[in-house]
Design a binder for this molecule. Sequence first.
Ligand SMILES: Nc1ncnc2c1ncn2[C@@H]1O[C@H](COP(=O)(O)OP(=O)(O)O)[C@@H](O)[C@H]1O
Ligand SMILES: [Mg+2]
Length: 577
Amino acid sequence: MRLIKRFASYYKPHIWLFILDMTCAFFISASDLVFPMVTRNVINNVIPNKEFNLIYRFAILLAIMYFGRMILEYIVGYYGHVLGVNIEYDMRKDAFAHLQKLSMNYYDNTKTGYIMSRVVNDLNEIAEVAHHGPEDLFLSIIRIIGTFILLLTIDVRLTLVVFTIIPFMFIYMYIYNNKFEVIWKNVRETQAQMNATLEESITGIRVVKSFVREKFEKLKFDNKSSMYKSARSKAVKHIGIFDSSVNFLSNISVVITLAAGGYFISKGLINTGDLVAYIIYISQFLQPLTVLLRFVEQYQQGMAGFRRFVELMDTEPEIADKKGAIELKDVKGNIEFDNVTFSYDNKKEVLSGINLKIKHGETVAIVGPSGAGKTTLLSLIPRFYEIDAGSIKIDGIDIRDVKLSSLRENIGIVQQDVFLFSGTIKENISYGKLDASDEEIINAAKAANAHDFIMELKDGYDTYIGERGVKLSGGQKQRISIARMFLKNPPILILDEATSSLDNKSESIIQQSIDNLSKNRTTLIIAHRLGTIRNAKRIIVLTENGIEEEGTHEELMNRKGVYYNLYNYQQENLTIV
Ligand SMILES: Nc1ncnc2c1ncn2[C@@H]1O[C@H](COP(=O)(O)OP(=O)(O)O)[C@@H](O)[C@H]1O
Ligand SMILES: [Mg+2]
């Protein structure tokens, strides 16, 4: 019921369209009730009294009525679908807006294909129900009740006999309705799984090809695809059973009418015209029943999608602005970790009791073995994840007290894997500042040592870079992401192994642009190759035990501790290579 209420709320903005649709639907079903009554009148009165010109008059009136009905049917067919499409659009818009709000945690645990499936397929089904659902339900109920009342006026007893079958039909539909709920849920679920597998195989196509795992991927996909097939087959089978048995029941009601009507005529309780009207009504009755049946099927199909939509909309973003959150303004860039404890799953603590103070304008390098929690530590500053205990402050203000948008506007992150959007180089650089002028973009590119290589490309700044920038080298992508950062111009900069995957030549070019970028900003650098941060004034060594050492390169070497070992290990391995 709550679900239906929620569903109904989507009609609100289109209430007039909905009323128009329903009003037309009402007149369409009312017009169905007219014909048998006219026939009855013709047989009972017109023919015995030989008033044949009345027939022509009836014919003309009926023709006019059907013409009007044609227009109404056009309105229902067209505007009804417009209504459905509008509702689908609204829901999709809401879903996307909500997805933008959800926290990293949600995306860590949800497959992209699942989300695609919800936003694309599920909502598609909903559009159909949104339009046909209320209309079908309304139409068929009007017709069933209308027929019942009209037949009562002819003969109460025969009507009751004929309608005995109706309650059974409704019970049957009700039972099947519940069955369809499970069936369609399964269809939606398997479809989402299939989409997720598809999405993963396509995204990972380079890995697939390089491992020659096409066959393996085919099997994996086929597995999901056949699960979807079975779910659908099951649904179709039950639609078949349902359709045919409801049709059987309604045919039986025609038989009952004929038999009972014959009996009533033989007893002189009704006349021929009445029986003809009964038979026409009852056989017409099949129509609203089939419509109702289609409704039952479609309703569950759509509701399975809607349920999943609601589930998505009800997923609260774990991290959101608190009430009265303030705008973080004029950031200097002092960062303070005070006894910070964090775990991804509330079980295994990745960081515990971290204390760290970084002054504005300072450049701090963070090193340590892989898996120690370096990336995690820095992703807490833009509040991608919520800490379990302690606090993180920027310029003395707890980051939980400020608006997320203002916090993140002030922090720039350059990662090892650069994500670029499909589009041109210019579009990707201006992602850092959407209203940047061409001049600003070029200046940023120059500062990032990217201008020269961009000018060598076929279309310069207007070159298309392919999905995720596949048409660029790793070093080129990184320089674009740095240019983007120059435009964003944040007071706090985080560099997470920005040069780790690059060869020495690219690395030194990028190192130069990074040095430019970090001027006058608080900069935190996670470095894999210790050589690149030798000159840092402050190096922090993070291990599984937390912050183990801190100092300059010389100080740490003299300590002969973790850093010393790490450094020597790398030097040895470098000489081997
Ligand atoms: N999104 C995540 N969800 C759950 N666990 C994670 C996630 N990211 C990292 N971890 C775990 O947290 C620990 C620290 O990871 P990370 O911060 O990436 O280390 P580093 O950057 O120092 O190599 C690792 O044990 C890793 O498995
Ligand atoms: Mg890392």
